[in-house]
Design a protein around this ligand. Sequence first.
Ligand code: FAD
Ligand code: SF4
Ligand code: SF4
Length: 460
Amino acid sequence: MANMQTQKTKMCIQQPHVRNKNWKEVALGYTFDEAKNEAARCLHCKNAPCISGCPVNVQIPDFIKEIEKGNTDKALKIIKETNALPAVCGRVCPQEKQCEARCVRGRKGESVAIGRLERFAADNGVCEEIKPEKDKGIKVAVVGSGPSSLSCAKDLCAMGYRVHIFEALHLPGGVLEYGIPEFRLPKEIVRKEIETVISAGAVLETNSVIGKTESVDELLDAGFSAVYIGSGAGLPNFMEIEGESANGVFSANEYLTRVNLMKAYRNDYDTPIKQSKNVCVIGGGNVAMDAARCAKRVGGDVKIIYRRSEEEMPARREEIMHAKEEGIVFELLANPVKINADEKGNASSVTCIKMKLGEEDEKGRKRVVPIENSEFEIKADTVIVAVGTSPNPLLKSTTPGLESDKKGRIVTADDGVTTTREGVFAGGDAVTGAATVIEAMGAGKKAAKKIDEYIKGLSK
Ligand code: FAD
Ligand code: SF4
Ligand code: SF4
């Protein structure tokens, strides 16, 4: 927590009671001096353990050295060799669980702020994009345009493939565009980084739902030598409790899409969102924090209901801290058992039962057990359910031979990206279920290599 406090004072300029009413970015970047000072803390360890904590193996000590020397452009060039979206990752990677978790400095104090330095390089550096190899004249289709697909597409373009990205929505970016809110990840930043991927040579076709507009088979028949599926996990899970169909109950996905993609909070848009007095958000991950902080900005009192304690919350620590500062109340160790509605069918409250932590399960996570007769009610005219998502079954149901597991995740070989259907590869949330941006990107990169090997194998 000491780490969080120092970062907080450095990074957040707007007071919480001001920023919880606007959509400006909350965490601000380092100045040149701050970046140089932070970079000087890096010990440039031999076999730097931080690198293996990054799913795309950014060469961390090398880029940090360049920042220390004042060579921001060179720092960015090093990062971009392995990471197609550094301004995004520097902002949203859960670094405390990834690269920074392995930083030697962290053993006895604060780890080096690798993510913030990466953001600094991305926001302030300029570098030429990597030149693609000679055009191979071979077409590869990429389904979806989230981080996984973008990173796969960029690597394939660099290898000289002709890449077509098919995106179901009218804008590219996946969760980066429709899920993560503006105050955490400005859309201008997302679009700028996507532009660098598209300018690497990929053709983007929006409003193209593979499985409806065209099937995977039709793509293969149309001359695409391989298909990468990076379709994410956009199907919301519900709790399956009484009252979940009441008016005013949203999945976090729907709520966030309305706010972020359809700009429901803006008066000049035709897609308004419900004005609420009391909002309950159910869940403890990043999605719950984002939904709660959006709801706060739309207006109303907001509570997060989570069945475990704060320690077990999967959300990034910084998001939890920002949510609290912005006035969101945490109702911990409470599990919703029913959503109550008025005579018109509008949500009016959530009945919860108190929980206590029990013994650890096989994963070392404490079990939660309900406390008998401890039910209580929380007022709510809006309830946002953020208890996870699953992959959409459309591609599995329209692609013969493509297997998925009970949770709808596409089944792959041990390499994590080769599916049960020849010529079809997959990665990101579509395979792992909801995970992180950088893990999805790591899978996209791995798939690009496997697709290259597969296509080379076809001509042998
Ligand atoms: P997605 O980003 O979901 O992209 C999939 C794309 O495929 C979408 O654009 C979708 O429209 C498209 N698509 C789906 N089906 C089809 C089809 N049939 N045809 C064509 N296109 C299709 N991770 C972090 O690391 N840090 C965070 O702070 C963080 N916060 C998050 C906050 C929210 C609100 C959410 C929802 C997720 C968050 N995550 C975070 C998780 C992270 O965003 C995902 O793990 C990541 O985006 C997965 O990338 P992906 O490319 O696999 O899928
Ligand atoms: Fe760390 Fe993410 Fe950057 Fe990798 S991409 S070094 S995990 S911040
Ligand atoms: Fe620097 Fe930490 Fe990586 Fe060592 S582990 S090279 S100190 S960032």
